[in-house]
Design a protein around this ligand. Structure first.
Ligand code: ZN
Length: 138
């Protein structure tokens, strides 16, 4: 069984201390339109999406100190956190990549922003990059 390859970079996730503080840079200076802001309970974060062509920039602000984003900022400061690959059939893709010996952080997709199903690959299996599979709800 072969699952179709990722179709695009759905978004790049960027860890920030405060969406409110960084938003003027993205909106006024880079001039990217804001698509929306929401809280994602499964990750304990607030996210803002900005459009850039077919892709997006996702700003991630921790909602508590035990959020994975809070831990990331504590260790490495603000900056690029993950790259999200747009896929269809996320469960099939997880299955396939695990069968090929790649470890996942999430073996089962979790609820991401905008009703998407998401799952992170383990950075030890991906040579240091945190990748997210992201399947949009139709
Ligand atoms: Zn993401």
């Amino acid at each position: 069984m072969t699952v179709s390859r990722p179709e695009k970079i759905d978004h790049i996730g960027i860890a920030v201390r405060s969406i409110e503080v960084v938003l003027p840079f993205y909106q006024d200076h880079l001039q990217l339109p804001l698509l929306g802001i929401e809280e994602v309970a499964s990750q304990n974060v607030k996210v803002a999406f900005l459009a850039i062509g077919q892709s997006k920039i996702e700003l991630l602000e921790p909602l508590s100190s035990d959020s994975p984003i809070a831990k990331f900022i504590e260790k490495r400061g603000e900056g690029i956190h993950h790259v999200a690959l747009g896929v269809t059939d996320i469960s099939g893709r997880i299955e396939e990549i695990k069968n090929n010996g790649i470890n996942m952080i999430h073996d089962v997709p979790i609820d991401g922003a905008g009703g998407a199903k998401v799952a992170f690959l383990h950075p030890k299996s991906t040579h240091g990059v945190l990748y997210e599979f992201c399947e949009k709800s139709k």
